[in-house]
Design a protein around this ligand. Structure first.
Ligand code: TSX
Ligand code: MN
Length: 592
């Protein structure tokens, strides 16, 4: 037991509330991981995979397969402070509801106490959390996704601050009652609650990913974004990558994309442009702070990838495939007859027989996906073959380039650069993507997802825009340059105009040349575009008319989009910074 008074008091109080049979303080060791996994295998909750060392398959309850945005709450004392894009319930009311649910919720179970750090312990940007959970699946995932263990306990004993993160699957066991493979509570009892003013997270009823691994979306984005605003730094939903030119120059890029745009694929890009190399530093979250030299430095606070499996293949992301050789937790993937996992589009042809994510026999003629579309892998970052040797550098890496983007079949060019910081913030604030089958809802409908933070901002989005503007003011001429990309433009026949994947390095190389002042751009109403000759397309078999179309600005279509942008920004009311309103006017004026 540690000697941190606040920690011991909190754990005792939560134990009195949840009434577990046992309390286990996690030490983060391999022995602990192996013992929990062995226990879950013995209980029939996990399937060991013959084909991958130390790897296991879990199948969730069919109702507990994804983050639950309608059950996610930002509970600030004033509703106004949560803003129009978050669900809100007053803290007292929400706590009263949840206290009733938590009462006795761990009966018959073990309460695990997980001390974890987000970021390498030596980093000044690192923050500590302690998660209480009754799910051994969550403990094992936290071992991979965060840094768990006695080093963190030592720091807590030395008086380090921490974010308390309470989690229960909400399924107490009566004496002698047999457990189910994936315990969880019914939908209307699920709550993923955040109390940003007291840095507190309460999650109840779900065992899945972002609802249950509280270091990730709950802490590293929602709570951290609120902390970052108060403390003058940034917590962003961004990949981090390093691009190295043939001359050996390094460029650091942070990029925010809505779901289904291939963020993990870009994070692990294998450049096709001769002589260029790339290293991954993170695929989901960037914490950034202004360094002593006035530049913006980023760390990845995580230590694992919690990636969407379907669509991942040697064609789309060879580095991710090689990351998954062993020590992986798979959730809701299909099981092959020889004891491996499979998911849709992993291989050109599906195997002739599988057990699908619901445990049923599956053959290709079934027509249903074999893996759930949101099936996941949890894998150690260190196993990525293209991981940067500097990925755990305590001071982080200096960001040169921000990229926003989305999936748009028409109108949005392959790439353009913002005229200045305010314009770049406007691009982030109005970022949009067309929904795909994988992101459920109506296919093709435009969704605005500012900074890809819509489900992850822990406070009023209008104030978040203002924070971005203020960071730009502080960074001045050391601010990263801001770009917008669209890998997904199609021709009228519905064919992709851009090959994407590794070929995106050609677009990234143009950005680097812009940073170095080595390449031109044309001023258009929407921003600075490369001329066709500015992109290095050597070795790419691209018809000139495709390139022209990829770089065409359809002024009429953009004019027609203005009312939607206006409506989107209007929802932030008087918290929308005037400087963004001015960006909209300037865009309108440029469009004529
Ligand atoms: O991840 C993608 N990226 C970024 C890669 C670094 N995807 C997959 C998106 C779903 C997660 C892409 N899909 C990209 C892309 O750049 N581009 C496309 C569209 C596309 C799909 C297939 C082909 C070309 C473009 N070509 C063939 O199938 C041969
Ligand atoms: Mn994400």
């Amino acid at each position: 037991m540690p000697s941190n008074y606040r920690l011991t008091q909190w754990v005792q109080e939560m134990a009195r509330l949840c009434q577990p049979d046992r309390i286990h303080w996690c030490d983060g060791t391999k022995e602990e991981y192996d013992r929990l996994m062995a226990q879950m295998v013995a209980e029939g909750r996990a399937i060991p995979l013959q084909k991958r060392p130390n790897s296991f398959l879990f199948r969730s309850h069919p109702s507990d397969v994804a983050r639950m945005e309608d059950r996610t709450f930002i509970s600030t004392p004033s509703k106004d402070d949560a803003g129009p894009t978050n669900n809100w319930v007053a803290p007292d009311e929400l706590k009263a509801i949840m206290l009733r649910l938590y009462e006795g919720c761990m009966r018959g179970r073990t309460m695990y106490i997980i001390p974890f750090s987000m970021g390498p312990l030596e980093s000044p940007m690192t923050k500590i959390g302690v998660q209480i959970t009754d799910s051994p699946y969550v403990v094992c995932n936290m071992h991979i996704m965060t840094r768990v263990g006695t080093k963190v306990l030592r720091a807590l004993e030395a008086g380090a601050d921490f974010v308390p993160c309470l989690h229960s699957v909400g399924t107490p066991l009566a004496p002698g009652q047999e457990d189910v493979p994936w315990p969880c509570a019914p939908m209307e009892q699920k709550y993923i609650s955040h109390f940003p003013e007291e840095n507190l997270i309460w999650s109840y009823g779900s065992g899945y990913g972002g609802n249950a691994l509280l270091g990730k979306k709950c802490f590293a984005l929602r709570i951290a974004s609120a902390m970052a605003r108060r403390e003058g730094w940034m917590a962003e939903h961004m990949l981090i990558l390093r691009l190295i030119s043939p001359e050996g120059h390094q460029y650091h890029i942070a990029a925010a994309f809505p779901s289904a745009c291939g963020k993990t694929n870009l994070a692990m890009i294998r450049p096709t442009l001769p002589g260029w190399r790339a290293e991954c530093l993170g695929d989901d979250i960037a914490w950034m702070k202004i360094g002593p030299d006035g530049r913006l430095y980023a760390i990845n606070p995580e230590s694992g990838f919690f990636g969407v499996a379907p669509g991942t293949s040697y064609r789309t992301n060879p580095a991710a495939m090689d990351t998954l050789w062993g020590n992986v937790i798979f959730t809701n993937c299909a099981l092959t007859d020889d004891g491996d996992v499979w998911w849709d589009r992993m291989t050109p042809e599906p195997p002739p027989h599988l057990i699908d994510w619901e445990g049923q026999d599956w053959t290709p003629d079934r027509g249903t996906p074999a893996a759930h579309p949101n099936a996941r892998f949890t894998a150690p970052t260190a196993q990525c073959p293209v991981i940067s040797p500097d990925w755990e550098k305590p001071e982080g890496v200096p960001i040169d380039i921000f990229i926003f983007g989305g999936r748009r079949a028409t109108m949005v060019p392959l790439v353009y650069e913002a005229y200045n910081w305010d314009h770049g913030v406007f691009l982030g604030a109005t970022q949009s993507s067309e929904k795909t089958a994988a992101t459920f809802g109506t296919v093709g409908v435009l969704r605005r997802d500012p900074f890809a933070m819509l489900p992850f901002c822990g406070y009023h989005m209008g104030d978040y825009f203002a924070h971005w503007l203020q960071m730009g003011d502080r960074l001045g001429d050391k601010a990263p340059r801001i770009f917008y990309v669209n890998w997904f433009r199609k021709d009228p026949e519905g064919r992709w105009l851009w090959p994407g994947y590794g070929e995106n390095s050609r677009v990234l190389a143009w950005m680097c040349a812009r940073v170095d002042g080595k390449v031109g751009a044309v001023e258009t109403p929407i921003g600075l575009l490369p001329r066709p000759e500015d992109l290095d397309l050597r070795g790419l078999d691209m018809p000139p008319e495709n390139l022209r179309e990829l770089l065409r600005v359809d002024v009429d279509a953009w004019r027609a989009e203005i009312p939607d942008i206006e409506r989107h920004l209007a929802q932030f009311g008087d918290r929308l910074p005037q400087r963004l309103r001015e960006q909209l006017w300037q865009l309108q004026a440029r469009l004529g």
